[in-house]
Design a protein around this ligand. Sequence first.
Ligand code: MG
Length: 260
Amino acid sequence: MIELRTPAEIEQMRPVGRFVAETLATLRDDTKVGTNLLAIDRRAHEMIRKAGAESCYIDYHPSFGASPFGKVICTSVNDAVLHGLPHDYALRDGDLVTLDFAVSLNGWVADSAVSFVVGTPRDEDLALIDTTERALDAAIAAAQPGGKTGDISAAIAAVALGEGLKINTDFGGHGVGREMHGDPHIANNGRAGRGYPLKPGLVVAIEPWFLQTTDELITDPDGWTLRSADGSRGAHSEHTIAITADGPIVLTDRSFLGVK
Ligand code: MG
């Protein structure tokens, strides 16, 4: 079921969006060569407790998960791109890291992800991150009232295909509200003009993610972490946005902090 939010409810969602933005900006800043993935999770947990928020991940146990997730942030490194379960690993020079974070605060959820490199970056990794960020920007620009969810999907696909990337449509954007995942699903490829109408009050997470040379994923023995089938690296950019009569509002925008 697709739920639409009133302008007052969208205002109520701003604090959780800001908290997710601040947390990701802080964790990205603190993550360096040598940082352990478990330390990132601990820091995220502290920030959640301090804010009085609730993790959407810790008890998350969908049909595809081996057991409840048990951590509060996804840390996906290099060939891991989605659902990376934090484990005892100290980041190495040149690692490509994705942090994906969703919490509930005052009963409302926000969900956002960011990719970056620690230490000395490889050009192709920066290019892949840039492509996911441009796809997200294009998708947000396409998220206009009167449009369709296919407009968002097509905007993402145009950027990825323009870079010669393949697109996996198994995991994509989704409605966000009282829960982390709701309708509609927003695939990272689709046709403009098709799909669910983008009505004012629709709140969705948009999340382009791409792999360098494949669209196939394999599940790690941990039961959660999704890696590229060919070992190539992945990147992921996600924001939670609200569609209003005046256009999209990016609830998890980090620009108020002076960072992208
Ligand atoms: Mg999401």
